[in-house]
Design a protein around this ligand. Structure first.
Ligand SMILES: Nc1ncnc2c1ncn2[C@@H]1O[C@H](COP(=O)(O)OP(=O)(O)O)[C@@H](O)[C@H]1O
Ligand SMILES: [Mg+2]
Length: 164
């Protein structure tokens, strides 16, 4: 069960990136963002914004063969891992890839297709579902659901920023 959730509308890819960036600026070590939604829903666009807001010095690419990208930034030693679980065939694959080690580390994490690795998720995570909107191909509905105290605090801070 989610602690609380809210939904917002993005009217274009730039706005999805901007919302991601607002969240990225709030990210702390250990935070886990779970991105779910169909192909083309905007998960990678959102992740690009998160990395920019977090001030990554490395750009987000859609991980095609590389399933995990590690991002760094200039101002400190923090790490941000961007994972794409789309091609994982089993939970075993995810374990072999070292996902549990990444969750146990101090890194912040973004996971596309997180619905494929739910049993491996830590207890606290922010679930972000992106969905197409009928009859508007530039719009997406973003539904954020907090699971745990930290993600609830993160979501509260994000909502405050989006309202101002
Ligand atoms: N509001 C929107 N938010 C995100 N992407 C959008 C939006 N409107 C159109 N798009 C387009 O949808 C596609 C999303 O691609 P991508 O972020 O790679 O999706 P995913 O990672 O979920 O498969 C891009 O081509 C983007 O330009
Ligand atoms: Mg993607």
């Amino acid at each position: 069960m989610s602690d609380f959730s809210f939904t917002c509308l993005s009217r274009g890819v730039a706005q999805t990136e901007q919302i991601g960036a607002q969240l990225g600026a709030l990210l702390q070590s250990g935070d886990v963002l779970c991105l779910v939604g169909d192909l083309g829903a905007g998960k990678t666009a959102f992740a690009r914004g998160v990395a920019a807001g977090w001030r990554s010095i490395t750009p987000v690419t859609s991980p095609t063969f590389v399933l995990i990208h590690e991002h760094r930034r200039a101002q400190d030693a923090a790490r941000l891992h961007h994972i794409d679980a789309y091609r994982l065939e089993s939970l075993e694959d995810a374990v072999l890839l070292g996902l549990e080690d990444i969750f146990a580390s101090q890194s912040a994490v973004i996971i596309e297709w997180a619905d494929r690795i739910v049993p491996l998720l830590p207890s606290d995570y922010l679930w972000i579902a992106l969905a197409h909107v009928p009859e508007d191909d530039q719009a997406r509905l973003l539904t954020f659901s907090a699971h745990g105290a930290r993600s609830a605090a993160l979501l509260t801070a994000l909502r405050k920023k989006l309202q101002t």
